[in-house]
Write a protein that binds this ligand. Structure first.
Ligand code: PHE
Length: 463
C-alpha cells in the first residue's frame, strides 16, 4: 500500500478531512443560505441534520474507505459488490460537477484577495460586473485549479496533509478575531438576533431541503470524498471520534462565519436585515464595505487576509474534490498519478467554463433553463449546483447508508469501526449508528431526495 500514500498522523487526517469540509460552503454559502432561509430556523435545522443524518453517513464512508484502502469506485468492488460500483461512479461524477463550479467561486475569492491588496473596496458595489468579466475571473480560476492540481500531485502526506495542517488553524484564528470585531459594531445585536432567534413561520419545504443539501455539501458527504480520505487512514484511528471532530469543526466554522456576517450585514444595512437579499453575492458585496470602514491600512490588511484565507479554505476543499476522480483514475484505471492529476484538472476546468460565463456574461448560460412550474430561468451554474449538491449528495448519502446496513451489513461495518475503538461493541454509539444507518438515514434521505427532485425540477410540491 506504500505507493498509494497515507496520512502520517491522526491530526493530519483530521486536518485534511476538516479542510475538505470547511470551505466556501461554510463561509460563502452558509451565511447566504441562512439569509435566504429566514435566519435561525434554518440554522437549527442544519444543525439537526448534521448530527442526526450526516454523522452516521460520514462514519460509514470513512469505514468503507479504511476497510478497503481504495478509491470510491474500487471500494465497492473490494468489498465484493462490484454491482455497487455505480455508486462510486456517481460520487466521482458529483465531484467533477461540484469542482467545476466551485473552482469558479474560489477564483472570485482569490481575485478579491488581489483587489483588497490594491485597496479597491469599491469592488463590493461592482460585484455584478466583476463576475461578468470572464477573462479576469477565468484567469483567477485557472490559477486556482493549477494550485489545486499542484497540491494533489504532491500526494497525500506531502501535499494534502501538510497544507491543511497550516491553513486550517490560521483560518480559525482570523475568523474568531473578525467575530470579536463584528460584535463591537453598531446594530451588531440585530444581526445576531436575526441569526440566532428562530422564526418558525419561515420554515417551508424549500428551507428543509436547502438545509439538508447544505449539510451534505458542507460536510463533503455523499460523493466518496471521505471514502477516499478514509482509505489513507491507519487502522489505529478511532473513526467515531475523528468523524465527531470533523463535524464539530465544520459546524463551528459555519456558525462563526454566520456570527461574523450578520453583525456586518446589520451594520452595513443599518439594521434593515430583512431588506438584505442573500444570494451568492452576500459576502462579496457586503464585506469590502465593512473592511473599508476599518480605515485604509487596517482595511487592506484585514480584507486581504480574509479573502486569502477564504481562498485557502476553498483550496483544501478543491484538493479533496480533485482527489476523488484522481484516486479513481489511479486505482482503477491504472493511470500514473501525476498524469491523472493534470489531465483531470484540465478537463474539470473546461467543464466549468459554462459556469464561469453563467453570471451575466453569456445570456445563454445565464438564463439556461426554466424548471417546470417556475417562471424565472435558472443559470447554468445554479443548475449544476442543484443537480450535484442538492440532489446527488443526499441520494449518495441515502444509498451509502443503505449499502452499509444491508449490503455490506451492519456487523462488518461495526467490526471496522471497532478497530481503533475497543469499547465500541455494545456501546450507545454503536446502537445509535446502527439505528440511524439502517432506518433513519436511508428512509429520510430517500424521501427528501424524491421530494426535492419533484419540487425543484418539476414544480410538483407534495408537501
Ligand atoms: N465541504 C466543502 C465546502 O463546504 C465542499 C465540498 C463538497 C468538498 C463535497 C468536497 C466534497 O466548501
Amino acid at each position: 500500500m506504500a505507493s498509494r500514500g497515507n496520512f502520517n498522523s491522526k491530526i493530519g487526517f483530521i486536518a485534511a478531512a476538516a479542510g475538505s469540509a470547511v470551505g466556501l460552503g461554510n463561509i460563502w454559502k452558509f451565511p447566504f443560505e441562512v439569509a435566504d432561509g429566514g435566519g435561525a430556523a434554518f440554522v437549527l435545522m442544519y444543525l439537526g441534520f448534521c448530527f442526526i443524518l450526516c454523522f452516521p453517513v460520514m462514519v460509514t464512508e470513512i469505514a468503507i474507505g479504511r476497510k478497503t484502502q481504495k478509491d470510491p469506485v474500487g471500494a465497492f468492488g473490494a468489498l465484493g459488490f462490484p454491482k455497487w460500483k455505480f455508486l462510486g461512479k456517481m460520487g466521482v461524477l458529483a465531484g467533477v460537477l461540484i469542482l467545476s463550479f466551485y473552482n469558479v467561486v474560489a477564483g472570485w475569492a482569490f481575485g478579491y484577495f488581489l483587489e483588497m491588496l490594491m485597496g479597491n473596496f469599491a469592488i463590493g458595489g461592482q460585484f455584478g460586473d466583476y463576475i461578468k468579466d470572464v477573462v479576469k475571473i477565468g484567469a483567477y480560476g485557472a490559477v486556482f485549479m493549477f494550485s489545486t492540481a499542484f497540491i494533489v500531485s504532491k500526494g497525500v502526506s506531502g501535499g494534502i496533509e501538510k497544507a491543511s495542517k497550516i491553513l486550517m488553524p490560521t483560518l480559525l484564528i482570523l475568523i474568531i478575531s473578525l467575530v470579536a470585531y463584528a460584535m463591537t459594531l453598531p446594530h451588531a445585536m440585530e444581526g445576531v438576533k436575526f441569526y440566532l432567534v428562530p422564526d418558525f413561520s419561515e420554515i417551508n419545504f424549500e428551507v428543509v431541503y436547502s438545509a439538508l443539501g447544505q449539510a451534505f455539501f458542507s460536510l463533503s458527504l455523499g460523493m466518496g470524498a471521505l471514502i477516499t480520505y478514509g482509505s489513507y487512514v491507519s487502522k489505529e484511528e478511532n473513526i467515531i471520534s475523528s468523524a465527531a471532530l470533523i463535524t464539530l469543526t465544520d459546524i463551528s466554522v459555519a456558525f462563526l462565519a454566520g456570527l461574523m456576517m450578520f453583525p456586518f450585514v446589520a451594520y452595513m444595512s443599518e439594521g434593515n436585515l430583512h431588506e438584505v437579499t442573500g444570494g451568492p453575492g452576500l459576502i462579496f458585496a457586503t464585506l469590502p464595505g465593512v473592511f473599508e470602514s476599518f480605515g485604509p491600512i487596517l482595511g487592506i490588511v484585514v480584507g486581504a487576509s480574509f479573502f486569502l484565507l477564504l481562498s485557502f479554505a476553498a483550496l483544501t476543499s478543491t484538493v479533496s474534490l480533485l482527489e476523488v476522480p484522481v484516486a479513481y483514475a489511479v486505482d482503477e484505471l491504472k493511470v500514473d498519478r501525476k498524469k491523472a492529476v493534470w489531465l483531470i484538472a484540465i478537463i474539470i476546468f473546461i467543464v466549468g467554463i459554462p459556469s464561469l460565463m453563467a453570471n451575466g456574461y453569456s445570456p445563454f448560460f445565464s438564463s439556461f433553463i426554466t424548471y417546470m412550474g417556475n417562471d424565472n430561468p435558472t443559470d447554468f451554474m445554479t443548475l449544476v449546483s442543484d443537480i450535484a449538491n442538492d440532489s446527488l449528495l443526499p441520494l449518495g448519502g441515502c444509498l451509502i447508508s443503505f449499502f452499509g446496513a444491508y449490503v455490506w451489513k451492519k456487523h462488518n461495518l461495526n467490526e471496522e469501526i471497532a478497530q481503533g475503538y475497543p469499547n465500541y461493541h455494545g456501546s450507545f454509539v454503536e446502537k445509535f449508528i446502527n439505528i440511524m444507518v439502517s432506518y433513519f438515514c436511508p428512509i429520510v434521505l430517500g424521501i427528501i431526495f424524491v421530494l426535492t427532485v419533484l419540487d425543484r425540477f418539476f414544480g410538483i410540491a407534495l408537501v
